[in-house]
Design a protein around this ligand. Structure first.
Ligand code: DAH
Length: 426
């Protein structure tokens, strides 16, 4: 719940769960849920599956490869429908336009040295997603509550950092990886279980820093900051920026870049000097590297004035026709705002209750008609039973919803919450 409030008031998008700056510690996600937490049973999605066989990074993937009726699998149908869409590869989509603008910056400032990957398969091993980038064994991001597991050793990548180690091992020393990433999460205008990130890595050799009078780490940190300040100016123009010390498992030192935009400090990206251990395992013992990761939706929402993250997935011409290849920062003109409909539901929670599980049910039933799920009341009675009241906001981006349709959705949500989460509705 705290993450929800946080996103509304402070950030434009989700706080990274790899980030442990003092800013986020008190606002951790929905509790530390162990890997053995009960999984949600799956239910039929109302959306049709776009294609039953996907081609991703040269690999053919069928629905059965991703959505399995096994206790170690928590991928719902709805997530499978997003797998092959690759919004970041559409040149006239805001995410593709932003990706290309970042490419342009790197190509022109680094003489085309950066290798660009945007079609790596989002199905990765837990080793790639976590171990290879030194995510601790008990880290919250490894829980079934936060990450989509295909089986105990295979996940939908929750960050593009999952590809760092492999690419280093393959010998790449300057690269950008763009891709769709997947996280179980709350529901509001800045959170969606699929979003897009770009990762950047640059490796230096002693030759690069020897004449600078600096040690490798300081040299890399300086280069990193100059590079990313340049990128922020390329995207936002002459903005005020600040560096904030941070913590990520994969970098040391670690930083966040913030820019002052529309009277707010906006976190733009996380970055740092790559942990030596990652380089060492990639066979690079004498090198130093920097790395960064940025969320494309967060930046695109600001640059294009897009008010709700669901819009990125809209196929409505009134959305898609507003963007043009190569034109960064055209302001989106909302076509219409349809009325929201609020439905409250209260229940006694049990020990295994998590908000992410609730949100998964709501998305499974209502898909993109679910705009927000918000905890509006929370109390514990004398017997020690805790009650939660959630307000679900339903709203379509594209049309008015009928009472009948909303009542049916809410009825289904109630049924599924009761049967799958074993909570007692009040
Ligand atoms: N992987 C981080 C996340 O998803 C973002 C990130 C931070 C990537 C720092 C990096 C980095 O490469 O150095 O929140």
């Amino acid at each position: 719940m705290a993450a929800l409030t946080f996103a509304h008031h402070i950030r434009l998008s989700k706080p990274s769960f790899f980030l442990h700056s003092t800013k986020t510690i008190s606002k951790s996600k929905n509790g530390f849920v162990s890997v053995s937490s009960p999984f949600i049973r799956r239910h039929k999605s109302t959306q049709t599956i776009a294609s039953s066989l996907l081609q991703l990074g040269g690999v053919q993937i069928s629905k059965q490869d991703v959505v399995k009726d096994e206790p170690t699998n928590n991928v719902p149908d709805l997530i499978f429908t997003k797998l092959g869409l690759q919004l970041h590869r559409r040149d006239d989509h805001p995410l593709g336009i932003l990706k290309n603008a970042i490419y342009e910056y790197f190509d022109s400032n680094y003489n085309n040295q950066f290798h660009k990957f945007d079609d790596l398969c989002p199905i990765v091993t837990t080793k790639q997603n976590f171990d290879d980038v030194l995510v601790p064994a008990d880290h919250v991001s490894r829980s079934y509550n936060d990450t989509y597991y295909i089986d105990a050793e295979t996940v939908l990548r929750c960050h593009t950092s999952a590809h760092q180690a492999d690419l280093l091992r393959k010998g790449y020393t300057n690269f950008l990886v763009t891709g769709d990433v997947y996280r179980r999460d709350s529901i509001d205008s800045t959170h969606y279980p699929v979003f897009h990130q770009m990762e950047g890595v640059r490796v230096f050799s002693p030759n690069d820093w020897n004449d600078s009078g600096m040690d490798g780490t300081s040299y890399a940190a300086n280069d990193l900051k100059a590079c990313l300040e340049g990128l922020a100016r390329h995207l936002f123009g002459a903005v005020e920026m600040r560096w904030v010390d941070s913590y990520f498992p994969f970098t040391n030192p670690s930083f966040e870049l913030e820019i002052y935009f529309q009277e707010k400090w906006l976190e733009v990206l996380g970055c740092g000097v790559m942990e030596q251990e990652i380089l060492k395992r990639g066979g690079k013992t004498d090198n130093v590297a920097w790395a960064f990761g940025l969320g494309l939706e967060r930046l695109a929402m600001v640059l294009f004035d897009i008010p709700d993250i669901r819009l990125f997935w809209s196929t409505d011409k009134r959305f898609t026709s507003q963007f043009t290849k190569g034109q960064l920062g055209i302001k989106f003109k909302p076509f219409s705002k349809y009325p929201p409909c609020y439905k409250d539901m209260s229940f006694w929670i049990n020990d295994s209750f998590t908000e992410n599980n609730l949100c998964e049910i709501v998305r499974g039933v209502a898909g993109d008609l679910a705009e927000e799920v918000q905890l509006i009341d929370n109390f514990t009675n004398k017997k020690g039973m805790t009650s939660h009241c959630y307000r679900i906001t339903y709203r379509s981006m594209e049309r008015s919803l009928t009472d009948e349709e909303i009542n049916e959705l809410q009825g289904n949500v109630r049924d599924q919450v009761q049967s799958q989460m074993n909570v007692e509705l009040r």
